[in-house]
Design a protein around this ligand. Structure first.
Ligand SMILES: NC(=O)c1ccc[n+]([C@@H]2O[C@H](COP(=O)([O-])OP(=O)(O)OC[C@H]3O[C@@H](n4cnc5c(N)ncnc54)[C@H](OP(=O)(O)O)[C@@H]3O)[C@@H](O)[C@H]2O)c1
Length: 365
């Protein structure tokens, strides 16, 4: 007797674990994020959702790391080809876009194709809607059929392929007042505004490292609102372009340009700009490794350091703080916070200056 149809249109759904453990190929017994390899088959279980993927938004630290391994002096076209090859290779080996060097993923934009009968229809989502996944690509079963275009300036890769979201995985329908490319970029860092709002209080001095990047601009805008007129925001950007963006936003009282890998010089510059005082709260939004100590040294005793950056090393931060006798609270940037997507979208609706800068950074459909 022939097998029952098991294609995406099949109604014979098998039950699935809410956290997607049934997708783990190796090693056995771990959750999908910790797994080396996932089953990326587009045949869904009763609690899964199948998405036709249009664009991958690769995590900034991951994208930067991949580009950095292109041959020295590579042209933009060669870099695009290198990124396409590397992404393809990682996904075909792992069944997910989980960069083995940085450990980070990103998220994706796609169209909802099929819901298992027990899969949650968040916000009334239906087949055909465009959504951004709010779970990391480092745990999302992904199959790439074709790489269409690599956008070096946006850390995005247009593809044809499928992805699977588990019952426990949040996703957001792209609202009609947002272009898809912008929404995708914004929702990638949606954890930042929600958490910065919780960490920063009235009158605080807040330091943002990587302040001219996507999450840095957003965090600076939220910090400005929260500290009020009696507080202070210090933005540390890097290149000329990102420094200009931080200045244009106008959220910071002081905008500096520094290499956050150079902890001492960064600390000296911050102290000079802030009357010899360190920050109460430091937000690290830098996309390269090696900036833990700048964050720690710029923060006053019993202050908070929020490591949103995926390039952060737990050991470098914990042992580094101990090594310089810094009694600071070290906080890992959880990618998820309750209502984080709505908070991020609403921030852009309210802050037209921030929206215009991000629109410029993320043009497209
Ligand atoms: N925790 C989470 O859930 C989560 C989610 C998404 C992303 N992330 C992480 O958050 C970080 C920022 O992401 P993003 O999307 O905002 O990236 P982004 O837009 O690329 O911004 C990163 C910024 O870091 C700056 N930078 C690079 N090298 C620097 C240096 N040596 N000193 C000072 N600044 C430097 C860059 O400035 P230039 O362009 O001028 O070099 C850029 O403005 C990344 O590490 C990413 O992996 C975390």
């Amino acid at each position: 007797m022939p097998d029952k149809p098991r294609g995406p249109e099949s109604l014979a759904f098998q039950p699935g674990c809410p956290y997607g453990i049934h997708r783990v190929i190796e090693p056995e017994g771990v959750l999908p994020q910790a797994a080396w390899k996932l089953d990326n088959s587009p045949v869904i279980r009763d609690n899964e959702i199948l998405i036709d993927v249009g664009t991958l938004n690769i995590d900034a630290a991951s994208f930067k790391q991949i580009v950095s391994t292109a041959k020295p002096g590579a042209s933009p076209a060669e870099k695009r080809e290198h990124v396409a090859r590397t992404v393809s290779d990682i996904v075909s080996r792992r069944g997910k876009m989980h960069n083995p060097v940085t450990g980070s993923g990103g998220m994706l934009l796609g169209r909802l194709r099929q819901f298992g009968p027990k899969a949650p229809r968040r916000g009334g989502a239906k087949e055909g809607d465009f959504v951004a996944t709010l779970v990391s690509l480092s745990l999302t079963p992904l199959r790439i059929d074709k790489i269409k275009e690599v956008h070096l300036d946006k850390d995005q890769v247009d593809i044809e392929g499928t992805a699977v979201v588990f019952e426990s995985g949040p996703y957001a329908v792209i609202p009609p007042d947002f272009r898809k490319t912008l929404a995708l970029a914004l929702l990638d860092v949606a954890g930042a505004p929600a958490q910065v709002a919780r960490l920063v209080g009235k009158g605080d001095t807040v330091l943002v490292l990587g302040a001219g990047g996507k999450s840095g601009l957003i965090s600076s805008a939220v910090a400005r609102e929260k500290v009020g007129p009696e507080g202070k925001v210090i933005a540390v950007a890097h290149s000329k372009a990102s420094t200009e963006r931080a200045m244009k936003l106008g959220a910071a009282d002081v905008v500096l340009s520094a290499d956050a890998k150079d902890a001492i010089s960064t600390m000296v510059a911050v102290l000079k700009a802030n009357g010899g005082r360190k920050a109460d709260v430091t937000i690290n939004c830098v996309s390269v490794p090696g900036t833990e100590m700048a964050s720690i040294l710029c923060t006053q005793s019993r202050g908070k350091v929020y490591f949103f950056s995926m390039a952060t090393s737990f050991t470098a931060a914990a042992l580094g703080a101990e090594g310089v006798g810094a009694d600071v609270e070290l906080i890992i940037g959880n990618g998820y916070a309750e209502d984080h997507a709505e908070i991020a979208l609403e921030l852009l609706r309210q802050n037209q200056k921030l929206r215009a800068i991000l629109e410029d950074m993320f043009p497209g459909e």
